[in-house]
Design a protein around this ligand. Structure first.
Ligand code: GDD
Ligand code: MG
Length: 351
C-alpha cells in the first residue's frame, strides 16, 4: 500500500506580501481556484493503489488545513507538529504513522507547494518508482531541468539501471542549491532538479533515520508514542518533539542513504518559490505580462502585477513585479525576487 505524505509546514517567505505566517504559500490559491495543498491532494487521489494521505503541518495552520481538505471532499490524517523542526522529523512521524497502519507501507512524500502540469507523466513516474520501492529501494524523482535555477537542489545521475524503459538511474550524488555558475555546469552535465518528492518503504525510512540521525529518531519516536488525539488531529508530544534536532530530509536521509534510484520526470514543474516563478507559469499576454485582479497598464511588458484591494495602474514598465495587498506593497525588479526573503527577515527582526 502506498501512503501519500504531504509536507505542508513551510513558511513560504519568498512570496511576501501575499504569503504570510498565517497564510503560507501552500495554503494559497496561486495558480487556479484551488490552493497548492488542495491541488496536491487531488493529484494523489488520481494515483493507483494509494490510501488515505497523511498531512503534516504546524499548530497554527491546522484549522485552515482541515478546512481545505474538507472543501474538496477529501479525507486525510492530519498530524500537527508542535514546533517546526524542518522536513526530516516531519517525514519521520508520518513514517511511524504509516508503519502503524501497515508494516509494508511505502510512503510517497510530496511537498504541498508544487505545480505539476502533466499529471499523466507524474502518475507514470510514480508507478515506475513503486516497482523499485516495493523491493525496498529509496526512489527520488528528478525533474528534467529547464534552466540553471539556483533555488533547487540537483541530482547527479549515475549508471542506467538495466531493464527499465524509459530509463531509470542510480543516484551519484546530491547538491543543494548551487551558485549560478555551478548550476550552469550541472545543466550541461545532465543533472536533474531534485523535486523533493520521493518514495521510501516506511520501515526502511525509520531504520535509515536511526542509523544517521539517532537523536532525531529517538525524539520523534517519543513524541509519536505520547501523541494525543484532539478532534480530527493527531498532536505530537511537544516536549519530546522540540528536543529533536532540526534538519531537512535531504541532508538527514536522502543524501546519505545507499542504493537510491532516480526516476526522471519530464513535465512542466515548479515549486513556485518566487514571484518570478509565478510570472513564468502564469498566462502571459502578448506583451509577456501576467495581471491578476484589477490592473490597468500602458506600455508595460514582461511584468507580473497582482492587485489585491486596489486598482493598480502601471505605465512604461518592463520586467517588474508589483504585488499589492491590504497592508503592504511590493515593487521589485523581476530578476531579484529571490531577495524578498531578505525583506521578510528584516521585517521579523525589526518588529
Ligand atoms: N511539516 C513540515 N514541517 N513541512 C515543512 C517544514 C516543517 O518543518 N519545513 C518545510 N516544510 C514543507 C514545505 O511546506 C514544502 O512543502 C516542503 O516541506 C519543502 O520545504 P521548502 O522549504 O519549500 O524546501 P525548498 O523548496 O527550499 O527545497 C527543497 O525542495 C526543492 C524542490 O521544491 C529541497 O528538497 C530542494 O532540493 C528541492 O529542489
Ligand atoms: Mg519549496
Amino acid at each position: 500500500v502506498i501512503i501519500p505524505v504531504i509536507l505542508a509546514g513551510g513558511s513560504g517567505t519568498r512570496l511576501w506580501p501575499l504569503s504570510r505566517e498565517c497564510h503560507p504559500k501552500q495554503l494559497l490559491p496561486l495558480v487556479n481556484d484551488k490552493t497548492m495543498l488542495q491541488n496536491t491532494l487531488l493529484r494523489v487521489q488520481g494515483l493507483k493503489g494509494v490510501s488515505l494521505p497523511i498531512v503534516v503541518c504546524t499548530e497554527e495552520h491546522r484549522f485552515l488545513v482541515a478546512e481545505q481538505v474538507r472543501a474538496i471532499g477529501c479525507a486525510a490524517t492530519i498530524i500537527i507538529e508542535p514546533v517546526g523542526r524542518d522536513t526530516a522529523p516531519a517525514v519521520a512521524v508520518a513514517a511511524l504513522e504509516a508503519v502503524g497502519q501497515n508494516e509494508e507501507a511505502i510512503i510517497l512524500v510530496l511537498p504541498a507547494d508544487h505545480v505539476i502540469d502533466n499529471e499523466m507523466n507524474f502518475a507514470e513516474a510514480v508507478a515506475r518508482g513503486v516497482s523499485f520501492a516495493s523491493h525496498g529501494q529509496p526512489v527520488t524523482f528528478g525533474i528534467v531541468p529547464q534552466s540553471p535555477h539556483t533555488g533547487y537542489g540537483y541530482i547527479k545521475k549515475g549508471s542506467e539501471i538495466s531493464g527499465a524503459e524509459p530509463p531509470v538511474f542510480a543516484v551519484d550524488g546530491f547538491v543543494e542549491k548551487p551558485s549560478l555558475e555551478k548550476a550552469r555546469e550541472y545543466l550541461a552535465e545532465g543533472y536533474l532538479w531534485n523535486s523533493g518528492m520521493f518514495l521510501f518503504p516506511a520501515a526502511g525510512f525509520l531504520a535509515t533515520l536511526k542509523e544517521f540521525e539517532p537523536t532525531m529518531a529517538d525524539c520523534v519516536a517519543r513524541a509519536y508514542v505520547a501523541r494525543t488525539h484532539d478532534l480530527d488531529f493527531t498532536r505530537l508530544d511537544s516536549l519530546a518533539f522540540s528536543e529533536s534536532p532540526a534538519n531537512s530530509v535531504d541532508y538527514a536521509v536522502m543524501e546519505r542513504v545507499r542504493d537510491t534510484v532516480v526516476v526522471p520526470l519530464d513535465c512542466s514543474w515548479s515549486d513556485v518559490g518566487s514571484w518570478e516563478a509565478l510570472w513564468e507559469i502564469g498566462e502571459q499576454d502578448a506583451q509577456g505580462n501576467v495581471f491578476i485582479g484589477n490592473v490597468l497598464a500602458e506600455g508595460v511588458s514582461g511584468c507580473y502585477i497582482h492587485a489585491g484591494d486596489k486598482l493598480v495602474a502601471a505605465i512604461g514598465l518592463s520586467n517588474h513585479i508589483i504585488v499589492e495587498t491590504k497592508d503592504a506593497l511590493l515593487v521589485a525588479a523581476k530578476d531579484r525576487t529571490q531577495e524578498v526573503k531578505a525583506i521578510v527577515k528584516r521585517l521579523t527582526l525589526e518588529k
